[in-house]
Design a protein around this ligand. Sequence first.
Ligand SMILES: Nc1ncnc2c1ncn2[C@@H]1O[C@H](COP(=O)(O)OP(=O)(O)OP(=O)(O)O)[C@@H](O)[C@H]1O
Length: 259
Amino acid sequence: MSLLEVRNLSKKFGGNLAVDDISFDLHQGELLALIGPNGAGKTTTFNMVNGQLNATAGSVRLQGTELIGLAPRKIAHMGVGRTFQIAATFASLTVVENVQMALLSHYRKVYSFLSVAADQYRDEAVALLEQVGMQSQADRPCSELAYGDVKRVELAMGLANNPKLLLMDEPTAGMAPKERNELMALTKKLVVERNMAVLFTEHSMDVVFAYADRMIVLARGKLIAEGDANHIRNHPKVQEVYFGTGKTFEKNQSTQATT
Ligand SMILES: Nc1ncnc2c1ncn2[C@@H]1O[C@H](COP(=O)(O)OP(=O)(O)OP(=O)(O)O)[C@@H](O)[C@H]1O
């Protein structure tokens, strides 16, 4: 059985059909990219999967259980995580404190954080930091970190609820090519090691082609193509929607996956 089954999912905003009857599957151990030009419906799809938006129609099942209609918190506890963005207000906290906060939130104890929770879940947080290669920087304030390292911490925070499926919205936005590749190689390694699945949106085609196991392409709310890098790169409809956007389908050798 697929980990995630999306069937005939739609979302209407007034007269605008932002997501139009899309269906796709996602399997354990898979890194699936959701791509498409601006306004294609990627974020709307994400927000329906994690319950932040109500769907107009359709079904989203996680291991056979319907998620549509459930509250975001419930969906998170069932194993759908999403990477956090470390809010400016938390940049002064240390790396490990930020991860502890994600754990406290998972264990529904966020209210106690600033008062009594300084040591709660520290070991668990350090273990998560180890998985993203950030344990040596555990006690540094997040505000001192390089951007790529902040993204690693955000990834560790996303793992705090031990997700079966992790949603990553433009994980490499604003990153230099080397940092991008490191983050995606790490993500791919975690997908395999933890036997989880990742669904990510991404504007950088070289990242998508180098790291995604499979990709689905949306345009104006419709799913127009689905498949591996070769299939997508040569797909006439995909070339048509990207024509003139400045995005290239040339494979960039420097971004080949190394794992
Ligand atoms: N809350 C909302 N209310 C009304 N319309 C919305 C809302 N959110 C999104 N839309 C519209 O739905 C469509 C899809 O938007 P969405 O943000 O999902 O696209 P996207 O593919 O994520 O785009 P981008 O790559 O620019 O982030 C767009 O036409 C957008 O204007």
